[in-house]
Design a protein around this ligand. Sequence first.
Ligand SMILES: Cc1cc2nc3c(=O)[nH]c(=O)nc-3n(C[C@H](O)[C@H](O)[C@H](O)COP(=O)(O)OP(=O)(O)OC[C@H]3O[C@@H](n4cnc5c(N)ncnc54)[C@H](O)[C@@H]3O)c2cc1C
Length: 352
Amino acid sequence: MKVVVMGAGYAGMYAANRLAKKVKGAEITVINPRPEFVERVRLHQQLAGTAAVATPLTSMLRDGITARVATVDRIGDGRVRLDDGTSLDFDHAFLAVGSTVVPMPGTIPVGTWEGAERARAALAALPAGSTVTVIGGGATGIETAAEVAEARPDLLVRLVGSSVAGVFSRRAHRRVRAGLERLEVDIVDDGVTEVADRAVRLRSGPALASDLTLWAIVADVPDLAARSGLRVDAGGRAVVDEHLRSVSDGRIFAVGDCAAVPGARFACALAVPQAAHAVDTLVRLTDGRTPEAYSPRYVARAVTLGRKDAVGQFTRPDDTLRRGYVTGRTAVVIKEMASRGGKYGARTGTGG
Ligand SMILES: Cc1cc2nc3c(=O)[nH]c(=O)nc-3n(C[C@H](O)[C@H](O)[C@H](O)COP(=O)(O)OP(=O)(O)OC[C@H]3O[C@@H](n4cnc5c(N)ncnc54)[C@H](O)[C@@H]3O)c2cc1C
């Protein structure tokens, strides 16, 4: 069985390693633009200098899996074409190319490895007293603003978003904001219309001075599926059936951020279970057994507030909020275990 895995993020790595574990003799090739697995959930740490997040693919893949450093240019009929001009045939494929960012001009994105590296260099060059603006009131923005504020107390850090921490319950929301304020992050609940000439213009009118402006919104996916003629939703994500197979080509499983799974949001916490489910489906089908339908199951949503504080809000399986939440050291430990678990799963293809 020839299997091509497109993308070596959480979903792709997990799929490749699980398949190698479960199907002896499968010929598996993982294609990724970089020779490293990037722990994307720690990119805010990468830019603030509190963690190194890249691990060589070769040390993450089980024996027998081939890693190709390239970008998939197009998916055809049982074949992928790479940007180096070569092609690979497949019997089955996993589309796991994740999500990407479309930053506002004048900003540096934090949601990609390349962006985080640029941000890290720009941050390191900032003299004391400079102002850093982080745009995005969701988890990525909160974690980035807090991480930078803690690592560089000599800077003024501002977080701008139309509803900062709006996805938490009222009490957890207050706690997240209190944690940011303790780190002296200036919270501005507003939209941004333009970033130019070292200033951030707000939707409500005023322009705020900013020496470095970071874009912490992840809302797009690569256009590979659309470009290849696979059916996609309005956001460009590959439309799948209940077994996570592309509705356009049943040989292709789409997993992680790039898959249009009803009820799913961009999350490592979903990418890994989806990869597990897709591999198990392929194994069942190969064995002549009936596969089970997939549906997302949530447990919690959590944000770190620097290295010493965090807030974790429990959710029902359908992602609606429960009342309970944890804070401080307990939340830090739980979040750290979840991040380590994501990498461990990607490396071993177990758990999830
Ligand atoms: C700062 C930050 C913090 C986060 N924190 C959390 C968190 O606490 N909990 C949580 O659940 N989620 C979190 N997320 C979201 C999480 O990182 C993503 O949902 C997760 O990485 C999705 O996994 P994936 O495998 O689908 O995609 P990715 O991890 O993005 O991997 C996709 C891979 O595909 C590669 N690729 C792209 N195009 C091609 C191509 N054409 N050919 C070959 N390869 C390609 C990419 O280079 C990448 O290596 C966070 C994200 C950020 C940015």
